[in-house]
Design a protein around this ligand. Structure first.
Ligand code: GZL
Ligand code: ZN
Length: 326
């Protein structure tokens, strides 16, 4: 008797487990009830050429994939991102995606999404969170490597030069993952050459006007700047304006290395106003939609999807410009 009861209990357990598993891997749950995926996307803002290209990629990829995209622009403010994510949760979207403006301060809303059973995909920038399994995947570039590659170019550019090289850094948004990581990679690379000195470093908030204002202040304080490391093209382009206004020649009197390689940056590089670019590909839309479809179909997805970057010299920019998509 005992054996039969045990077997019955076991087979019931197996039946329940199978049923649960089946519903987990069944057709994608959809808020709209008509089989389409509804995605709530919270974007940082529209601070740079990179961001504009990134937004376009996400929106175009959503319509191409038939994903119902609810898109919110946070105008660079974390509180706007958090309230957008909360409203998406209220609306019962199938999946959440966002590019976190800064690394910290997301635990509460990530926990709310988890408790609501809505998967979260990070795009572009990473977060620091104590919430276990807070997101299913992080799709974005390796910012430390981008900074490192920029620094390595500087080391090579001044190899063999004994006298000190005075470097200023235009940092991205304070607390943002790319700003922190690009600094880490750059400082690590230039530490190989003791004559490479960072004499000033300040945030220009990833904007052209921010880069221009900070560069104006740097030029007043430091008459002997040799090179600018601009953590994105837009701040580098602002620096070009400030350098020209100070009667100096960007790319010659003061060299400029930047990250993103958007078309405006590539144009400046081709024109000799920039000296080297590290790309950061903004076209994350298609991979984001693919990740969302897989997650909702119950398929495994990689916890980290690194988007590859290229680098460009002036000659390479001249050759690449005609085919650039952004
Ligand atoms: C990088 C992205 C950065 C870009 C800037 O992936 O987060 O933010 O480098 C943008 O142009 O503002
Ligand atoms: Zn990081």
């Amino acid at each position: 008797m005992r054996k039969r009861a045990l077997f019955a209990a076991l087979s019931l357990g197996v039946a329940i487990a199978t049923a649960l598993a089946a519903c987990g891997s069944g057709p994608a749950p959809d808020g709209a009830g008509d089989g389409t995926i509804t995605m709530g996307f919270s974007q940082v803002g529209a601070e740079s050429g990179w961001r504009t290209a990134n937004t376009k990629s996400v929106q175009e990829a959503a319509s191409a994939a038939g994903v119902d995209l609810k898109f919110s622009d946070a105008n660079g403010k974390q509180e706007n991102q958090i309230s957008a994510l909360r409203s998406f949760i209220q609306q019962g979207v199938d999946v959440l995606a966002f590019s976190p403006v800064v690394r910290t301060g997301w635990d509460a809303v990530l926990l709310e999404a988890k408790n609501a059973g809505i998967p979260v995909i990070l795009t572009d920038r990473a977060v620091d969170t104590t919430v276990p399994d807070a997101y299913v995947s992080f799709l974005g570039a390796d910012f430390v490597d981008e900074g490192r590659r920029a620094g390595q170019w500087v080391v090579e550019e001044y190899a063999g030069q004994a006298e000190p090289v005075n470097i200023v850094i235009l940092e991205g948004t304070t607390g943002a993952d790319p700003a922190i990581d690009r600094n880490t990679g750059f400082e690590e690379a230039i530490s190989a050459s003791p004559n490479l000195n960072v004499i000033a470093s300040q945030t220009g908030d990833f904007t052209r006007s921010g880069g221009k204002q900070v560069m104006e202040a740097f030029l007043k304080a430091h008459p002997d700047i040799d090179l600018v490391f601009a953590q994105n093209d837009d701040m580098g382009l602002g620096a070009v304006e400030a350098i020209q206004a100070a009667g100096k020649t960007p790319g010659q009197d003061i060299k400029i290395v930047a990250v993103d390689a958007t078309s405006d940056g590539m144009r400046a590089l081709a024109d000799g106003k920039f000296n080297f670019l590290v790309e950061c590909n903004p076209l994350l839309g298609p991979q984001l939609m693919d990740l969302a479809e897989k997650v909702l179909a119950g398929e495994p997805v990689p916890a980290r999807v690194v988007v590859p970057d290229e680098t460009f010299t002036t000659q390479q920019a001249i050759e690449a410009l005609p085919n650039r998509q952004y």
